[in-house]
Design a protein around this ligand. Structure first.
Ligand code: ZN
Length: 156
């Protein structure tokens, strides 16, 4: 006699929160956002848009740079399927976007964004955000003493 197979346990937003929250808190502090920025997040059904079909979109961030506020939207399904390093990379990547968005908002303000240069500028930052996130993760791998329970040392 065998038991009926159980369906794999579905993640809830509470499960996702437990994975995402410590990483955001850690990296927001490490990247200097925690003092004067409000960075929140939410989980959404799907972030796939038009030309995103060829790659997995884990998150997308909206920033109100003037108000020092940002909201990171995480794709529920893609986050559930992400391995730990992908999730951490995603969070660092999104925080780097937030840092760039400050400059980006100044530029688009003066261009009035009629030229579409705003979108192009943001797209052009995908590569640098990825490279920086990878480098930061590589540095963390070198220092085995970094854990999520440690607060990063005060930056001078
Ligand atoms: Zn990005």
């Amino acid at each position: 006699m065998s038991r009926p197979k159980r369906a794999p346990k579905e993640s809830t937003d509470r499960d996702r929160d437990a994975k995402v929250k410590p990483l955001i808190e850690y990296w927001a502090e490490a990247l200097g956002f925690s003092r004067d920025w409000i960075i929140s997040y939410r989980f959404v059904e799907s972030l796939v848009e038009g030309d995103d079909d060829d790659h997995t979109v884990f998150a997308r961030t909206q920033t109100l740079a003037n108000y020092h506020k940002a909201v990171i939207g995480f794709d529920r399904v893609n986050i559930d399927n992400a391995i730990a390093e992908e999730l951490e990379h995603t969070i660092i990547h999104e925080l780097i976007h937030i840092a760039f968005d400050n400059t980006y908002s100044v530029i688009t303000k003066y261009l009035n964004d009629y030229s579409g240069v705003g979108h192009e500028l943001r797209d052009s930052l995908e590569g640098p955000a990825d490279r920086l996130a990878s480098a930061i993760l590589a540095l963390k791998r070198i220092d085995p003493f970094v854990t999520y329970n440690d607060k990063p040392e005060e930056l001078v």
